[in-house]
Design a protein around this ligand. Structure first.
Ligand code: ZN
Ligand code: ZN
Length: 149
C-alpha cells in the first residue's frame, strides 16, 4: 500500500513563490511544520507547536489562505477537529485535486492521505457535486504492526 504521496520535496519558499504569496517567516514556519510528516497535522497540534511564534488568529488566517490557494487541504477527523495536509502539486486556486481517500486511524488518531482515487459516483439528475470527501476509519499500517507483535 502506498501512502507516502508527495511530502518529501516540500520547499516552503518555493511554494509561496509559486502562489505569489509573500514569504513571511510565519508563513514559512506553518508550511514547514505541516510538511514535516507524511500524515496530516491537527489544528490543536499546530497551535501547540507554533503557539510561541504565531498567535492563534494569525495561524487561522495563514491556514485559510493556504486552503484557498490550493496549498493545503483540510480533513475533519472523527472528533470534528480540523487536520491539514499538503496538497498534491496539481492543485491550484479554486481547483483542488485532493479527492483521494483519507484514513483516520482509530488507534493513533492520525490521518493519512492515501494514494487511492475516489471512484466516480453518479449523482441523481439535477445534482452537481463539486467536491467529495471520503474518510476510512480503522487501524493504520503502523498500528497494525504493533498489534500483531
Ligand atoms: Zn495508527
Ligand atoms: Zn489528503
Amino acid at each position: 500500500m502506498q501512502n507516502q504521496s508527495n511530502n518529501m520535496t516540500i520547499d516552503p519558499v518555493n511554494i509561496l513563490k509559486e502562489h505569489s504569496l509573500k514569504h513571511t517567516k510565519q508563513r514559512i514556519r506553518v508550511l514547514e511544520e505541516i510538511a514535516l510528516d507524511t500524515v496530516a497535522i491537527s489544528q490543536p497540534e499546530l497551535e501547540k507547536k507554533l503557539g510561541k511564534e504565531i498567535d492563534r488568529v494569525t495561524l487561522y488566517r495563514i491556514l485559510n489562505i493556504y486552503e484557498d490557494k490550493g496549498i493545503l487541504h483540510r480533513i475533519m477527523d472523527m472528533n470534528g477537529t480540523a487536520n491539514y495536509a499538503i496538497c498534491s502539486s496539481s492543485c491550484s486556486e479554486d481547483h483542488h485535486h485532493d479527492e483521494h481517500v483519507h484514513f483516520n486511524c482509530t488507534n493513533c488518531t492520525k490521518i493519512y492521505c492515501l494514494d487511492v482515487v475516489l471512484p466516480q459516483i453518479k449523482m441523481p439528475q439535477g445534482f452537481t457535486a463539486a467536491t467529495m470527501h471520503t474518510t476510512a476509519y480503522g487501524i493504520c499500517e503502523k498500528c497494525s504492526v504493533m498489534v500483531s507483535k
